[in-house]
Design a protein around this ligand. Structure first.
Ligand code: ADP
Ligand code: MG
Length: 227
């Protein structure tokens, strides 16, 4: 399987606005694809279609060779995992938050949870902290660890470093690179930061006003930091 996800003539309106306009995009198995576009270009909407938090109006999404509609949404969301821009922390510690998903599926592997906390760029001591008292940037990393704990096949990251200070931002970017290779993950990374897209992605899809303007190998992409 070369492509894990294929979008074909995908259209989606929200209220009366056509937000995604005939999107054709193929995501390779195991790659980090940067989805780059200015605010309002439809990036978050596209991610939400891919794990069926919202349903597309027309077109197709093919996942692992099958129409996405054939998957049970709740099951799909355990393997195509979205880390939204705003992540709500549950009651309890960081450990409780990260272990929550796996605990619903059976016994929790403590070592796995601690590894996910580490891979998300958090110090191990964070495990006992009250998740709801963390800073915005720390919460973003707990949300990332929580997603990793589900052992996803596709990770959908919506602006994972917004609200993260520059030093930590670099750390998060490095973690994304590290865990995606280590776990053989496919990642869709939404960002409006051209430099970040170039640093982290294998390929970049350039989204403008709901249309794909081009798909590039990262090193060949020459969009300036225009947005
Ligand atoms: P991005 O993530 O690239 O900033 P979004 O996917 O959030 O863009 O939004 C794309 C467009 O859809 C924007 O013009 C936004 O105003 C509009 N939009 C987003 N959510 C809704 C909604 N629930 N109802 C109506 N329009 C929406
Ligand atoms: Mg968005």
């Amino acid at each position: 399987m070369k492509y894990i996800m294929e979008m074909r003539r995908l259209r989606k309106s929200l209220e009366d606005t056509l937000v995604l306009k005939d999107i054709d995009l193929k995501v390779r198995l195991g790659e980090i694809m940067g989805l780059l576009g200015p605010s309002g270009s439809g990036k978050s909407t596209m991610l939400r279609c891919l794990n069926r938090i919202i349903e597309i109006d027309s077109g197709e999404i093919i996942y692992k060779g099958k129409d996405l509609k054939e998957f049970v949404p709740e099951e799909l969301r355990k393997e195509v995992v979205l880390v939204p821009q705003e992540s709500v922390m549950f009651f309890g510690t960081v450990f409780d938050n990260v272990a929550y998903g796996p605990s619903l599926q059976g016994e929790v592997d403590k070592k796995h949870i601690l590894n996910c906390i580490k891979d998300a760029g958090l110090d191990p001591e964070f495990k006992d902290r009250d998740a709801r008292k963390l800073s915005g940037g720390e919460k973003r990393r707990v949300a990332l660890a929580r997603a990793l704990a589900l052992k996803p096949e596709v990770l959908l990251l919506d602006e994972p470093t917004s609200g993260v200070d520059p030093k930590r931002k670099e750390k998060v970017e490095k973690s994304i690179l590290r865990f995606s290779k280590k776990r053989d993950l496919t990642v869709l990374l939404v960002t409006h930061d051209v430099d970040q897209a170039k640093r982290v992605s294998d390929r970049i899809a350039n989204l403008r006003n709901g249309r794909i303007k081009g798909v590039y190998e990262s090193e060949e992409f020459e969009g300036g930091a225009a947005f």
